[in-house]
Design a protein around this ligand. Sequence first.
Ligand SMILES: Nc1ncnc2c1ncn2[C@@H]1O[C@H](COP(=O)(O)OP(=O)(O)O)[C@@H](O)[C@H]1O
Ligand SMILES: [Mg+2]
Length: 236
Amino acid sequence: MPVITFANTKGGAGKTTAVLLLATELERMGFRVTILDADPQYWISRWRENSGDRTKVKVVPYVTQATLEKHIQDGKREADYVLIDLPGARTPLLAKAIGYSNHVLIPIQGCSMDAQGGAHVIELMQYLADRGNIHIPFSVVLTRVNSMVTTRALQTVKALLAERRVHVMDTPIIERSAFRDVFDFGGSLHTLTTASVSNLGKARDNARAFADEVLMHEALRQQQRQGQLAALRAVA
Ligand SMILES: Nc1ncnc2c1ncn2[C@@H]1O[C@H](COP(=O)(O)OP(=O)(O)O)[C@@H](O)[C@H]1O
Ligand SMILES: [Mg+2]
């Protein structure tokens, strides 16, 4: 069962928001989701308490370096997807969580590459690949993008990152008040009502496109693994 870690050593990058959007979209699609909350600010645990029975997403609070492995193992047994929300700081938890992950998503705020916290994670991923031969797929997710930003501006950022061998998700997460409201009201974009939240339809479309893209990458990787297995069997 895939483990997806959200990492950026800077706070405010949009990690927890992206975790929440992905978790609730996966739930809507019928998947069982467990979130491991390793951020000492516990925003996602508070959201869970706030949500009551409006969600079935399971949140495990107080995840530390000592308990991470056990929670991942429990999560993999119980859920279809395990999402890890990390603190916005440099911590040994980062490398440990990455080591257990099938995919690392690096939310970077806006379209600027001066995002130091994202660069730290990218450097760590490249170091693991070059020195440790540990190849864990990772992607940058552009977050809190102004809805007026043009496709061309996004293409420029993607091209810059591609030169550095960094994959960028096609779907940016747009700055939308609905994404803040889910934390205040609890539940998901689908339990909020259009009367109280502006641009809810666009927010829902954005979250769905993001989740679809994450799932597409998971499916592609699974196909690759199966292809590799079939090739190994053929030569065995
Ligand atoms: N796409 C977005 N649209 C609107 N507000 C956002 C968005 N992403 C994050 N925020 C807000 O920015 C702040 C930091 O986001 P958060 O997801 O908690 O970042 P991190 O987990 O990286 O610290 C929060 O107040 C959150 O509500
Ligand atoms: Mg957070």
